[in-house]
Structure formats: structure tokens, C-alpha cells
Design a binder for this molecule. Structure first.
Ligand code: HEC
Ligand code: HEC
Length: 201
């Protein structure tokens, strides 16, 4: 009896570990499944706007180097399938197969992003840090980095979530509650972070 009851804490500890592992493993399972070499060849189609390493070359394009592969894949599929629309990206993504999308995601996700916060971390938009970090580096695998994106890009995306032009369970709800001023403040905060993206072969 005592033996049996003594095992309970251990069992719940193990259950706790199993739970923690279950939380960690989806992140590991999100490691790029694509072929980076093939992705690099395909990235020739992206470089005028996103660079080879994913550092934006035009102000309206986001940085995509070092983003989580799952996020890059989900967005490319959303553009291809019409859930997310943009005059340039919808055309770019139209002809991509699932395998090519995985390869491109693996290529761009594999680069190294470093951030340098210019301001006091304590001033970061509190409603965002849990998923996007104070410095704009993603804290959960399906959330993008916001660090160093142009403020107009962040502003536009938040307004798209708010108006329903872009839709996502979490972000649509968060943006729906934001005023133009709050949107601008969050956009300015993350745009202000200095980033370096280093190409990783
Ligand atoms: C002519 C310029 C151009 C080209 C070429 C281009 N993109 Fe884009 N890309 C953009 C713009 C502009 C956006 C922002 C779209 C928006 O505002 O919704 C974008 C957005 C994206 C996003 C969403 C990123 C995010 O943070 O949500 C991904 C992923 C992406 N592009 C990948 C690619 C890949 C991979 C290629 C090559 C196969 C490519 N793009 C080629 C201009 C381009
Ligand atoms: C609970 C997690 C969570 C919180 C909190 C959160 N986000 Fe997000 N955010 C996400 C996820 C997940 C996505 C990807 C949405 C998609 O797949 O379209 C996202 C996407 C975005 C994008 C689009 C970026 C791009 O590259 O296109 C912006 C901008 C953004 N969030 C800003 C914010 C801001 C500002 C806040 C705080 C006011 C915030 N988010 C709070 C999870 C979160």
C-alpha cells in the first residue's frame, strides 16, 4: 500500500515530463523537412525582393531569413491557395509544389538571424512578447519574427488581420482589439530592432 502510494508522485512527475516532451517535440518535428540545396536553387526566383539570405531588398517585402520553416511553409501555401493575397506573392507562389515550398522554407529558415534591441526591453508591447519576444524573435514555432521588419509592413499586416483581409485564429482576435495608435506603436517598436542575417550555406 505505502509502496503503491509512494509511486504516485513519481508517476505524476513522469506524466509531467511526458507532457513537457510533447510540448517540445512538435517544435523539433518542425525542423525543415525540405532539401536546402534544392531550396537554394529555387531561391533565385526570390532574391530580387528577399535576397538569397532572406534580408528584404525592397521596403514592402518582409525579411524571411531565419523564420521558422513551418511559418514560411504555411504562408507560401496560403498565398498559393488564396487564403492570403498579395499582387506579387500570389503570382510567385501559384506554381510552387508542396515539395518546392518545403525546400524554399528549409533554405530560408536555415539562416542565422541576430537582433539588437535599441530600446529598454521593459517598454516592449506586453501583449506581443509571449509569442514574438520583446526583441521580435519568435517564441513559438508558428509565429514569425517581427524584428527589423519595416513599420509599414507590420502596420499593414495588423490592419489586414483587423479587417479580415488576412485571417488567423489568434492574430485576428488580437488585432481586432487594437486601435490605429496601438498598431503604429507596436509596428514602430519592432521595426526599431536592428537585425543581421548571415547566410548559412
Ligand atoms: C517581386 C517581389 C517578390 C518576389 C520575387 C518574392 N516575394 Fe515574397 N513577398 C514579397 C512581398 C511584397 C511580400 C509581403 C506580402 C504582403 O504584404 O502580404 C512577401 C511576402 C512573403 C512571405 C511572407 C512572409 C511573412 O513574414 O509573412 C514569404 C514566406 C515569402 N514572401 C516568400 C517568398 C519566396 C520563397 C519567394 C521566391 C519563390 C518570394 N517570396 C518571391 C515580395 C516578393
Ligand atoms: C499567442 C501568440 C501571439 C501573440 C500574443 C501575438 N501574436 Fe502575432 N502572430 C502569431 C502567429 C501564430 C502569427 C502567424 C499568423 C499566420 O500564420 O498568419 C502571428 C503573426 C503576426 C504578424 C504578421 C507578421 C508577418 O511576418 O506577416 C504580425 C505583424 C503580428 N503577429 C504582430 C503582433 C503584435 C503587434 C502582437 C501584440 C499586440 C502580437 N502579434 C501578438 C502569434 C501571436
Amino acid at each position: 500500500m505505502s509502496h503503491r502510494s509512494a509511486r504516485f508522485p513519481g508517476e505524476s512527475f513522469l506524466a509531467g515530463v511526458a507532457f513537457a516532451v510533447a510540448l517540445v517535440f512538435p517544435a523539433l518535428a518542425d525542423e525543415p523537412g525540405g532539401d536546402r540545396e534544392a531550396g537554394k536553387r529555387l531561391a533565385g526566383q526570390c532574391r530580387t525582393c528577399h535576397g538569397m539570405e532572406g534580408l528584404a531588398q525592397i521596403p514592402i517585402a518582409p525579411h524571411i531569413g531565419g523564420e521558422p520553416a513551418v511559418y514560411l511553409e504555411s504562408q507560401l501555401k496560403a498565398f498559393r491557395d488564396g487564403q492570403r493575397e498579395h499582387e506579387m506573392m500570389s503570382i510567385v507562389a501559384r506554381g510552387l509544389s508542396d515539395a518546392q515550398i518545403a525546400d524554399l522554407a528549409a533554405w530560408y529558415a536555415g539562416h542565422q538571424i541576430e537582433v539588437e534591441l535599441q530600446a529598454d526591453q521593459a517598454q516592449a508591447p506586453a501583449a506581443c512578447v509571449m509569442c514574438h519576444g520583446a526583441d521580435g524573435l519568435h517564441q513559438v514555432p508558428d509565429a514569425p519574427n517581427l524584428a527589423g521588419e519595416a513599420n509599414i509592413y507590420i502596420d499593414t499586416q495588423l490592419k489586414a488581420f483587423r479587417s479580415g483581409r488576412r485571417s488567423h485564429d489568434i492574430m485576428s482576435e488580437i488585432a481586432a482589439a487594437m486601435t490605429d495608435q496601438e498598431i503604429r506603436a507596436a509596428a514602430d517598436w519592432y521595426a526599431d530592432v536592428k537585425i543581421t542575417i548571415t547566410e548559412v550555406e
